[in-house]
Design a protein around this ligand. Structure first.
Ligand SMILES: [Zn+2]
Length: 375
């Protein structure tokens, strides 16, 4: 990942390079941006630039030995930290068993979110975190001499998953850094980051990409068809990770198709169909269910926007828009808040390990009642 490969954010890139050129490199920096904004991509491009032996004003060279080791993410002075779960039977939880999977995921492109990472490591029901032992391991790695005599760089993804005891172990590194050490934290939720960390890092705010930036990124870097890219970025509001998720799920098809069938079953009070859907949805797994509820909230919100006569503002694909135009009249001020509350509660229940089939069935019955309310 060179700066040229990062989607958008050319100003931030220029500022970061300027810092390196004028030898102003803060040893603890925080790239703070929402999922799919490219904060991780920026951090990686920056690390590569720091390590490059022949960097120019515009970018890392792409040719030197350091750049070549970055092509396979094998640079010996680049270290990674990320949330993971404790494998059964392990005495001390460190990221070691997941490092290879992490590198492969990063090589596929640094535009992904927690749900992709959960899929990669098969941690559907597990809580991910950065452990105390991991923090000790990071202390050890960064305490070693640099292999190539230059910077030692740590990229730490989602530091907000550190618990207090872990963060305390990291603080020493932040406050008393070893020689030529740079720690790059990449967070999605700045507000959830412990204040002790937050106050000691130099924060770089990475804003959400505009629809146009995200679309051209999808076209140029991921070979997405132009009309699809335009549709997807509308739906996901510039979140490249979410757009790629739509691509994975075979276009916008799966969640959309499911939502349409579900709403028909709920409105028509079709109990057998509701039971069947509950079965189907609960088999998708918790992450997919959570995603589906988020998608459903999005659809409900868009229907309300459409109801206020602003169909052109609605963030939907053509197919979804066709459905929303017919469905929107059933969503109104008397049931919209109730629907949102129900979907949020279902999302929370699934995250809290409540039985998926029961959650979905109960939700369907409640949605049926709300949909039949007339405005
Ligand atoms: Zn280079």
């Amino acid at each position: 990942m060179r700066f040229a490969e990062v989607i958008g954010h050319s100003e931030i890139g220029a500022r970061l390079r300027k810092g390196v050129q004028s030898n102003r490199v803060a040893h603890a920096q925080l790239f703070d941006g929402p999922e799919g904004s490219g904060a991780l991509a920026l951090a990686l491009a920056y690390a590569r630039y720091l390590h490059c032996n022949e960097r120019t004003e515009a970018d890392s060279c792409g040719q030197c030995s350091s750049c070549r080791s970055y092509d396979s993410l094998q640079h010996p002075d680049l270290h990674w930290a990320f949330p993971f779960f404790k494998k059964d039977g392990g005495e001390q939880a460190t990221s070691q068993p997941f490092q290879a999977a992490w590198r492969l995921r990063m090589l596929a492109g640094p535009y992904f979110g927690q749900s992709e990472w959960l899929d990669v490591i098969g941690a559907d029901k597990k809580q991910l975190f950065i452990s105390v032992h991991e923090a000790l391991e990071i202390n050890r790695k960064l305490g070693l001499k640099s292999f190539q005599g230059g910077w030692k760089v740590l990229i730490c993804w989602l530091p907000e998953t550190m618990r207090v005891d872990t963060a305390n172990k990291m603080l020493k590194l932040i406050e008393e850094p070893t020689d030529r050490t740079v720690m790059l934290f990449v967070s999605e939720h700045f507000d959830q980051l412990l204040a002790t960390i937050r106050s000691r890092v130099q924060a770089i705010r990475v804003p959400r990409l505009s629809d146009a930036e995200a679309a051209s990124g999808l076209i140029e870097k991921f070979n997405v068809d132009a009309s699809l890219a335009a549709q997807w970025t509308q739906v996901v509001e510039g979140n490249v990770a979410a757009a790629l998720r739509l691509q994975q799920s075979d276009g916008a098809g799966s969640d959309y198709g499911l939502f349409v069938r579900w709403m028909r079953a709920c409105y028509g009070q079709d109990s057998p169909a509701m039971v069947e859907l509950a079965e189907e949805v609960s088999k998708m797994g918790r992450e997919a269910m959570k995603r589906f509820f988020v998608y459903s909230m999005h659809m409900v919100r868009q229907c309300i926007v459409g109801n206020y006569g602003a169909m052109e503002l609605v963030r939907l694909t053509d197919e979804e828009r066709g459905f929303a135009e017919k469905f929107a009249p059933f969503i109104h001020h008397d049931n919209v808040l109730g629907l949102q509350d129900l979907l949020e509660k279902a999302h929370r229940d699934i995250a809290g390990n409540v039985n998926g089939r029961l959650v979905f069935l109960d939700l369907s019955v409640q949605v049926n009642i709300l949909l039949r309310k007339t405005a």
